[in-house]
Design a protein around this ligand. Structure first.
Ligand code: PLP
Length: 387
């Protein structure tokens, strides 16, 4: 019999991806489906990064590497963390991981014991609750409200703090809402962390896609020593399939986490690490990718402007736009399945990301502008025919 530990990670067996799965099956069978359900780029990794990897492979870099990442990579990651968080960061405050997801796993394993409690702000990225469960931790979901543009309210978070609360998990720019947390929101969160002596796990994998200067809570007073920042090259550098990310955290935690890499990844592939270091050092693709998503967001928002009874919420950054469709259909899963059936457009029901996003659908901007415009037209037809 399988262990309770693995069986309980996704206890219901339902993970919120049902619409996407159906759409993928139909697309693979040759149907013309517009896939706006998944957050993976429609373009390839920048050529310079690919070349750097090929050079490293041909150069014989095929061996085991350092558990926490090769020094050049950790150095490059530290420089980006200095830039993204505004706090001078050194390589010994960095552990390289296969993607932001493993950085999240490492963060939760580093600060939560079984039975500890954590707070997660919703709408959230779909893997957050299972990652807490994998740590054996209990968690409370605190909703950020659509009418606040999905900014979190510190007083709601504080109310959820218990004697055994150890950490709060946030994400800005946010998936799924596209909300970019304001200085005021982050300040409120930071005050709660300081008052109750909590860790803050801050998922900043979309930091280059925020449409302006990125604000990290790590830079706020009293926060550098209690903030663990997740980062990744998946979105910023167009490298989802390469599995490269990192965790920035106080040095003593990072030292301990080498043991976690020992028993899990045993370090990253050497040739990927070298290509990633070069891409970080030179910012391969970063500016172009950020500009591409900014243009797509504007184009899509223009195209859905004036849709009957549909309201845009959040949607200031990241790779997604969130549409409130509750005035047409309160059941967002029904809406998403209906849209797929009637118009061959796949979107994610907001309920996949927590209760706060129920009544919404998430649109991924991972398609070229003309396809986004076509999707908006199909959405217009579907919403106006909806009864
Ligand atoms: N965090 C957020 C908010 C995400 O949206 C994603 C991926 O979609 C991740 C983390 C994990 O990304 P990766 O493991 O590819 O770095």
């Amino acid at each position: 019999k399988p262990s309770a530990r693995v069986s309980d990670i996704i206890p219901s067996g339902k993970d919120g991806w049902e619409v996407h799965v159906e759409a993928t099956i139909r697309k693979e069978a040759g149907e013309d489906i517009i896939m706006l359900s998944i957050g993976d780029h429609d373009f390839e990794t920048p050529g310079e990064t690919v070349e750097a990897c090929v050079t490293a492979v041909r150069g014989g870099h095929h061996h085991y590497t350092h558990l926490s990442g090769i020094p050049r990579l950790r150095e490059a990651m530290a420089n980006i963390s200095t830039q993204s968080t505004g706090v001078p960061t050194t390589a010994d405050e960095i552990i390289a991981t296969p993607g932001g997801q493993l950085a999240l796993y490492a963060a939760t394993q580093a600060v939560l014991d079984p039975g500890d409690h954590a707070i997660v702000v919703a709408p959230y990225y779909a893997t957050y609750p299972p990652t807490f469960r994998a740590a054996g931790a209990d968690y409370t979901v605190v909703e950020a409200h659509p009418q606040d543009g999905f900014q979190p309210r510190a007083e709601d978070i504080e109310k959820a703090v218990r004697p055994n609360t150890r950490a709060i998990l946030i994400n800005t720019p946010n998936n799924p809402t596209g909300a970019v947390y304001t200085r005021e929101s982050l300040k409120g969160l930071a005050d709660v962390c300081v008052r109750h002596d909590l860790w803050l796990i801050s998922d900043e994998v979309y930091w280059t896609l925020g449409g302006g200067e990125h604000l990290s809570p790590r830079a706020l007073p009293g926060m550098a020593e209690r903030t663990l920042v997740l980062n990744s090259m998946s979105k910023s550098h167009g490298m989802t399939g390469w599995r490269i990310g990192w965790l920035t955290a106080p040095k003593d935690l990072i030292e301990l986490l080498a043991a976690l890499n020992l028993v899990t990844t045993y370090g990253l592939p050497d040739f990927i690490s070298r290509a990633a270091a070069e891409a970080l050092e030179n910012g391969y693709g970063v500016k172009e990718i950020a500009e591409r998503y900014a243009t797509r967001r504007t184009v899509f928002l223009d195209a859905v402007r004036g849709l009957n009874n549909v309201t845009v919420r959040g949607s200031a950054g990241g790779m997604y736009v969130m549409l409130d469709i509750s005035a047409i259909e309160p059941d967002c899963e029904k809406f998403a399945f209906g849209l797929l059936a009637a118009e061959n457009v796949a979107v994610m029901p907001g309920s996949s990301f927590g209760e706060a996003a129920a009544g919404h659908v998430r649109i991924s901007l991972c398609q070229p502008e003309d396809i986004l415009k076509e999707a908006a037209q199909r959405l217009r037809r579907f919403t106006s025919s909806y009864s």
